[in-house]
Write a protein that binds this ligand. Structure first.
Ligand SMILES: [Zn+2]
Length: 231
Protein backbone atom coordinates (compact mmCIF):
# COMPACT_ATOMS: atom_id res chain seq x y z
CA UNK A 1 0.00 0.00 0.00
CA UNK A 2 2.68 2.58 0.91
CA UNK A 3 4.40 1.65 -2.32
CA UNK A 4 1.26 2.36 -4.29
CA UNK A 5 0.91 5.68 -2.50
CA UNK A 6 4.49 6.55 -3.34
CA UNK A 7 3.96 5.57 -6.94
CA UNK A 8 0.87 7.71 -7.32
CA UNK A 9 2.69 10.61 -5.73
CA UNK A 10 5.49 10.17 -8.27
CA UNK A 11 3.02 10.07 -11.11
CA UNK A 12 1.20 13.13 -9.83
CA UNK A 13 4.53 14.87 -9.36
CA UNK A 14 5.56 14.12 -12.93
CA UNK A 15 2.21 15.26 -14.22
CA UNK A 16 2.59 18.50 -12.26
CA UNK A 17 6.09 18.96 -13.71
CA UNK A 18 4.66 18.34 -17.16
CA UNK A 19 1.92 20.93 -16.68
CA UNK A 20 4.10 23.48 -14.92
CA UNK A 21 7.76 22.91 -15.80
CA UNK A 22 10.28 24.89 -13.75
CA UNK A 23 11.61 27.80 -15.72
CA UNK A 24 14.40 30.25 -15.01
CA UNK A 25 12.76 33.53 -13.93
CA UNK A 26 15.14 35.59 -16.06
CA UNK A 27 15.41 33.81 -19.41
CA UNK A 28 12.57 31.28 -19.22
CA UNK A 29 14.83 28.30 -19.92
CA UNK A 30 13.83 24.95 -18.41
CA UNK A 31 15.56 24.22 -15.11
CA UNK A 32 15.51 20.96 -13.18
CA UNK A 33 15.33 22.56 -9.75
CA UNK A 34 11.93 23.96 -8.78
CA UNK A 35 12.12 27.77 -8.36
CA UNK A 36 15.71 27.56 -9.48
CA UNK A 37 17.68 29.75 -11.87
CA UNK A 38 19.60 28.58 -14.90
CA UNK A 39 23.36 28.59 -14.39
CA UNK A 40 24.02 31.50 -16.76
CA UNK A 41 21.41 33.79 -15.19
CA UNK A 42 22.50 32.85 -11.70
CA UNK A 43 26.04 33.86 -12.63
CA UNK A 44 24.71 37.19 -13.92
CA UNK A 45 22.42 37.89 -10.98
CA UNK A 46 24.40 36.68 -8.01
CA UNK A 47 26.98 39.17 -6.88
CA UNK A 48 27.59 38.97 -3.15
CA UNK A 49 29.68 41.93 -2.06
CA UNK A 50 30.26 44.44 0.66
CA UNK A 51 29.15 47.94 -0.30
CA UNK A 52 31.33 50.94 0.38
CA UNK A 53 30.03 53.03 3.27
CA UNK A 54 29.79 56.82 3.50
CA UNK A 55 31.97 58.51 6.13
CA UNK A 56 30.38 58.37 9.58
CA UNK A 57 28.02 55.56 8.55
CA UNK A 58 25.81 54.01 11.24
CA UNK A 59 26.53 50.60 9.69
CA UNK A 60 29.33 48.22 10.48
CA UNK A 61 28.93 46.71 7.02
CA UNK A 62 26.32 46.61 4.28
CA UNK A 63 26.13 43.53 2.07
CA UNK A 64 24.35 43.25 -1.25
CA UNK A 65 23.55 39.86 -2.72
CA UNK A 66 22.74 40.47 -6.34
CA UNK A 67 22.58 43.03 -9.08
CA UNK A 68 19.30 44.77 -9.77
CA UNK A 69 18.98 45.98 -13.32
CA UNK A 70 18.18 43.25 -15.87
CA UNK A 71 18.44 40.67 -13.11
CA UNK A 72 16.14 41.09 -10.13
CA UNK A 73 14.30 44.16 -11.30
CA UNK A 74 11.39 42.28 -12.85
CA UNK A 75 10.88 39.88 -9.93
CA UNK A 76 11.00 42.67 -7.35
CA UNK A 77 8.64 44.88 -9.34
CA UNK A 78 6.26 41.95 -9.87
CA UNK A 79 6.17 41.44 -6.14
CA UNK A 80 5.90 45.10 -5.15
CA UNK A 81 3.63 46.58 -7.76
CA UNK A 82 1.74 43.58 -9.10
CA UNK A 83 1.60 41.68 -5.80
CA UNK A 84 2.92 38.53 -7.46
CA UNK A 85 4.02 36.47 -4.49
CA UNK A 86 4.98 33.79 -7.04
CA UNK A 87 8.27 35.73 -7.28
CA UNK A 88 9.17 34.81 -3.70
CA UNK A 89 10.47 31.23 -4.21
CA UNK A 90 12.90 32.50 -6.88
CA UNK A 91 14.18 35.17 -4.52
CA UNK A 92 14.54 32.64 -1.74
CA UNK A 93 16.50 30.29 -3.95
CA UNK A 94 18.83 33.20 -4.72
CA UNK A 95 19.30 33.86 -0.99
CA UNK A 96 20.21 30.20 -0.56
CA UNK A 97 22.79 30.41 -3.35
CA UNK A 98 24.30 33.56 -1.78
CA UNK A 99 24.51 32.04 1.66
CA UNK A 100 27.91 30.30 1.43
CA UNK A 101 29.44 33.78 1.03
CA UNK A 102 27.75 35.10 4.16
CA UNK A 103 29.85 33.36 6.80
CA UNK A 104 29.68 36.45 9.01
CA UNK A 105 25.96 35.76 9.60
CA UNK A 106 26.98 33.19 12.20
CA UNK A 107 29.35 35.48 14.05
CA UNK A 108 26.69 37.45 15.93
CA UNK A 109 23.39 36.76 17.55
CA UNK A 110 21.49 38.91 15.07
CA UNK A 111 18.01 40.34 15.36
CA UNK A 112 16.72 41.01 11.85
CA UNK A 113 14.69 44.17 11.24
CA UNK A 114 13.11 45.03 7.87
CA UNK A 115 12.95 48.55 6.48
CA UNK A 116 9.43 49.70 7.34
CA UNK A 117 6.78 50.93 4.93
CA UNK A 118 4.41 53.72 5.80
CA UNK A 119 1.34 52.02 7.32
CA UNK A 120 -1.06 53.26 4.64
CA UNK A 121 1.26 52.03 1.89
CA UNK A 122 1.63 48.63 3.51
CA UNK A 123 -2.13 48.36 3.86
CA UNK A 124 -2.62 49.16 0.19
CA UNK A 125 0.08 46.69 -0.88
CA UNK A 126 -1.02 44.05 1.58
CA UNK A 127 2.47 43.26 2.86
CA UNK A 128 5.96 44.56 3.51
CA UNK A 129 7.89 43.00 0.61
CA UNK A 130 11.26 43.09 2.39
CA UNK A 131 9.82 41.10 5.26
CA UNK A 132 8.33 38.54 2.85
CA UNK A 133 11.53 38.18 0.85
CA UNK A 134 13.69 37.30 3.86
CA UNK A 135 11.17 35.72 6.25
CA UNK A 136 11.32 31.99 5.44
CA UNK A 137 15.04 32.03 4.80
CA UNK A 138 15.75 33.69 8.16
CA UNK A 139 13.44 31.28 9.91
CA UNK A 140 15.45 28.37 8.53
CA UNK A 141 18.63 30.03 9.85
CA UNK A 142 16.91 30.60 13.21
CA UNK A 143 17.56 34.32 13.00
CA UNK A 144 14.61 36.12 14.62
CA UNK A 145 12.85 38.76 12.55
CA UNK A 146 10.98 41.61 14.17
CA UNK A 147 9.73 45.06 13.37
CA UNK A 148 12.02 47.52 15.09
CA UNK A 149 11.18 50.73 13.25
CA UNK A 150 8.10 52.51 11.96
CA UNK A 151 7.92 54.94 9.06
CA UNK A 152 6.08 58.01 10.32
CA UNK A 153 5.13 59.34 6.91
CA UNK A 154 5.47 58.66 3.23
CA UNK A 155 8.84 59.68 1.83
CA UNK A 156 9.61 60.62 -1.77
CA UNK A 157 11.71 58.37 -3.98
CA UNK A 158 15.31 59.30 -3.30
CA UNK A 159 16.56 59.00 -6.85
CA UNK A 160 17.25 62.37 -8.45
CA UNK A 161 17.14 64.36 -5.21
CA UNK A 162 20.07 66.47 -4.06
CA UNK A 163 21.80 65.53 -0.78
CA UNK A 164 20.01 68.41 1.00
CA UNK A 165 16.62 67.34 -0.40
CA UNK A 166 17.30 63.76 0.65
CA UNK A 167 18.08 64.81 4.17
CA UNK A 168 14.92 66.92 4.36
CA UNK A 169 12.89 64.10 2.90
CA UNK A 170 14.09 61.70 5.58
CA UNK A 171 14.18 63.96 8.62
CA UNK A 172 12.04 62.43 11.35
CA UNK A 173 10.75 59.81 8.92
CA UNK A 174 11.61 56.82 11.14
CA UNK A 175 11.16 56.01 14.83
CA UNK A 176 12.12 53.04 16.95
CA UNK A 177 9.32 50.76 18.12
CA UNK A 178 9.16 50.36 21.89
CA UNK A 179 7.92 47.48 23.96
CA UNK A 180 7.50 47.77 27.69
CA UNK A 181 8.95 51.28 27.59
CA UNK A 182 12.17 50.43 25.72
CA UNK A 183 13.17 50.09 22.06
CA UNK A 184 12.99 46.49 20.85
CA UNK A 185 16.42 46.90 19.21
CA UNK A 186 18.15 48.07 22.39
CA UNK A 187 21.28 46.09 23.22
CA UNK A 188 20.98 43.93 20.09
CA UNK A 189 23.13 43.36 17.02
CA UNK A 190 20.79 44.34 14.23
CA UNK A 191 20.66 42.81 10.77
CA UNK A 192 18.85 45.52 8.85
CA UNK A 193 17.09 44.34 5.69
CA UNK A 194 16.08 46.09 2.52
CA UNK A 195 15.02 44.88 -0.91
CA UNK A 196 16.94 47.41 -3.01
CA UNK A 197 19.85 49.69 -2.25
CA UNK A 198 19.97 52.77 -4.47
CA UNK A 199 21.33 55.93 -2.88
CA UNK A 200 21.70 54.38 0.57
CA UNK A 201 20.09 57.43 2.19
CA UNK A 202 17.11 55.50 3.57
CA UNK A 203 19.42 52.82 4.99
CA UNK A 204 21.57 55.45 6.67
CA UNK A 205 18.58 57.25 8.15
CA UNK A 206 17.28 53.96 9.56
CA UNK A 207 20.73 52.95 10.81
CA UNK A 208 21.06 56.17 12.75
CA UNK A 209 17.66 55.73 14.41
CA UNK A 210 18.60 52.13 15.31
CA UNK A 211 21.88 53.27 16.88
CA UNK A 212 20.16 56.09 18.78
CA UNK A 213 17.65 53.53 20.07
CA UNK A 214 20.54 51.59 21.60
CA UNK A 215 21.38 48.95 18.99
CA UNK A 216 24.86 47.51 19.68
CA UNK A 217 25.68 47.31 16.00
CA UNK A 218 23.85 47.54 12.69
CA UNK A 219 24.76 45.40 9.69
CA UNK A 220 22.88 45.87 6.43
CA UNK A 221 21.72 43.11 4.11
CA UNK A 222 20.09 44.08 0.82
CA UNK A 223 18.80 41.74 -1.83
CA UNK A 224 19.69 43.81 -4.87
CA UNK A 225 21.87 46.76 -5.76
CA UNK A 226 23.88 48.07 -8.68
CA UNK A 227 26.41 49.78 -6.42
CA UNK A 228 30.02 48.68 -6.20
CA UNK A 229 29.68 45.98 -8.81
CA UNK A 230 32.94 44.29 -9.92
CA UNK A 231 34.92 45.74 -7.02
ZN1 LIG B 1 18.16 31.88 -17.16
Amino acid sequence: MPKLKEMSRDILGSFWEFLFPSCCPRCGKYVAERSGWCEACLQEALSVRRLSLPPGSAFTEIWALSSYKDCLEKLIKDLKYRRKTSALPYLKSLLEKAEPELVWLRRKDFLAVPVPLYAAKEKARGFNQTELIFKDWLQEKEIPLTRGLIRNRETRAMYGLSPVEREENLRGAFSAIEEGGQPVVQGRDILFLDDIFTTGSTMEACGKVLKRAGALSVTGLVLASDHDLHL
